[in-house]
Write a protein that binds this ligand. Sequence first.
Ligand code: NAD
Length: 331
Amino acid sequence: MAWYCSKCKKEWVHDVLKCTFCGLDLEKMTEAGKVIAVTKVMVPSPEHPSSPYYNAVVEDSLGFKKIVKSETEPHLGKELNKTQQKPLSLPKGFLTGKKILVTGGASGIGAAIVKMALEAGAMVCFSYIANDEGARELEGKGGLAFKKDVSSEIQVKELAGEISAKWDRLDVIINNAGITSDAAFGNMSADAWDSVIKNNLTSAFYTSKNCLPLLNDGGRIVNISSIVGLDGNAGQANYAASKAGLIGLTKSLAKELASRKITVNAIAPGFIETRMTKKIPEGIQAQIKQRIPLGRFGRADEIASFVLFLSSDYASYATGSVFRIDGGFNL
Ligand code: NAD
């Protein structure tokens, strides 16, 4: 599905928080679609006994239809620029006092976690290797950026040292950094295997191990796995192995760190709208959406809210668990 800026009408790059062309905020982005039917709905309320609203059926470029609620009457056949749903946010102060590290925090799910955690009162630092612009933007919101490659133990040691020079402790470590390098198994090179295992799994080992001395008793580790780590996926043997490995790491660390009241959990997202899933050809995306009961890919903020709930004091009795967040894809 293509997304467009409501101001300059250019296609929006998903993992950038503002339109790259005119700078409009993410919150004001729109989804393009043609209105193919309109129903007027009367609202029987004592204050406004006759105020109507309209349900417009909007068809997007892939032929998917959705109902959009509008207060003004949309015209049949016109492009309706529906304001994108405002990203989720946690209650103010939900994470006040928490010191959080997010790896791979400059784009996609990681950036959504950083932004939401900052808004909920946490102090947040993040590592990144690409997307300097995204990193600067999150710094502008109060995030602390470290340009460190978490697949290198040397750089992770530097990261832990630089965090401890600024902060007395960490309360939460979120192992989010990840890559894909897909190929049919017969064509999968050793390099593609090694780099995915290193960036997705070994990075979590390096980060958890080197930042563990900083992690407060009662702290949290949240690992971003994938439904592919639970179910496997043709063409992603390396990615599936790395994400399944993260689950083994999660469960073992949960047992090992329970005596310090540190909880360790993993989440297994399904298909989430980020740069990673943008690589999937549009036709295949359409087929996948047909298999998702909720009928759409998830948004990064829908993963961030769950990760940050697990990071909070409210998730004190969950450990060693893997939570699927996939719109019902596995049903
Ligand atoms: P993304 O590509 O937007 O984000 C991944 C981030 O990790 C990027 O900013 C990248 O630069 C960073 N990164 C990669 N290797 C790194 C390294 N060695 N050091 C530091 N940073 C590094 O993709 P995303 O969808 O936001 O992915 C975030 C996580 O969620 C990944 O672990 C991914 O496997 C997982 N995930 C994504 C989906 C999805 O559908 N998008 C589904 C399941 C799981």
